[in-house]
Design a protein around this ligand. Structure first.
Ligand SMILES: [Zn+2]
Length: 300
């Protein structure tokens, strides 16, 4: 990712805002790569991804808004605060988005603080590959830029504040808590848990209404393929899940809906072996048709 290099001393509040924006950037980076890598696995569920993180000063309370402007270079309107590496290279941090594919962004928020950001994100996601045309304001100048967009699986990734070891997928969003983020020391480890939640969305598990152990097996197994397809380190998968297993207070995985850890880890290990074998053979990283991911592993 591109670091936001500002040669100024930040106040504690500005530093906190920047730290959260850095975490947003991390989640956007891993999420974009996973969603794009998974594109072949989610027929009918695509959207365009451009790898931009956009914020609006209106999102911040009156007490923090000026600090947010300073810390993140926010302008008057939805502003680019992060650009995922390898994507959206025509965009720069500090660019204010004025129009997307000719549709002008509202001059000020209407219904809510996020609505201009949502308007830009919706327009980019709905753009027809391979590019989307943005009108932006950079410094004092207005200029048009073409942004490359890539098809990805239809999920938005966001951080939820709070101390729980929590992640969830509702079919549209993948949410990850700040504490779960802190449990994933590297992007490779973060990819393991985010791929699990993306897999729930790809497999449309939210439609099941009630949590199911079989759904967890399916998500665990598909997640390993998604990690491999995105090019993240498969060697980080088992250490992440083993570390999570050691945490006895891990809420969502101890409520009886996630299968027993022993079975889960065995299924993940078995899938890792399959993915590695396919990779070694230079074959596409897709589950073999014989594999029935809905069944728990047998031998135990
Ligand atoms: Zn799950």
């Amino acid at each position: 990712m591109f670091a936001i290099a500002l040669a100024l001393v930040l106040t504690p509040q500005q530093a906190a805002i920047r730290a959260l924006a850095d975490q947003d950037m991390r989640v956007a980076t891993v999420g974009t790569r996973l969603a794009q890598g998974a594109a072949a696995m989610c027929p009918g569920q695509h959207l365009s991804t451009a790898g931009l993180v956009i914020q609006d000063a209106a999102q911040y309370s009156a007490a923090t808004r000026d600090d947010a402007r300073s810390a993140l270079m926010l302008g008057e309107g939805p502003t680019v605060v992060g650009v995922v590496e390898g994507a959206g290279l025509a965009a720069r941090i500090g660019d204010v988005v004025v129009a997307v594919d000719g549709a002008t962004v509202a001059a000020r928020p209407r219904a809510g603080a996020y609505d201009r950001v949502a308007q830009v994100e919706d327009a980019i996601e709905g753009a027809t590959a391979p590019k989307v045309a943005l009108d932006i304001r950079r410094g004092g100048a207005s200029l048009p830029i073409d942004l490359a967009v890539v098809a990805g699986c239809r999920s938005r990734f966001q951080i939820v504040q709070g101390g729980l070891d929590k992640t969830q997928a509702d079919g549209r969003y993948v949410q990850i808590s700040e504490r779960m983020l802190s449990l994933a020391p590297t992007d490779d480890a973060l990819a393991a848990i985010m791929a699990h939640e993306l897999a729930h969305n790809i497999l449309r598990h939210a439609a099941l209404k009630t949590p199911s152990k079989l759904a967890e097996y399916e998500a665990d197994r598909l997640s390993v393929w998604l990690v491999g397809r995105a090019g993240y380190d498969l060697g980080a998968v088992m250490p992440f899940w083993e570390a999570l297993k050691k945490r006895s207070d891990y809420g969502i995985f101890s409520d009886g809906t996630h299968p027993g850890w022993k079975n889960r880890l065995a299924a993940i290990a078995a899938t890792l072996a399959e993915v590695r074998a396919q990779k070694a053979a230079g074959a596409p990283l897709v589950p073999s048709p014989q594999e029935d991911a809905s069944q728990p592993p047998k031998a135990r």
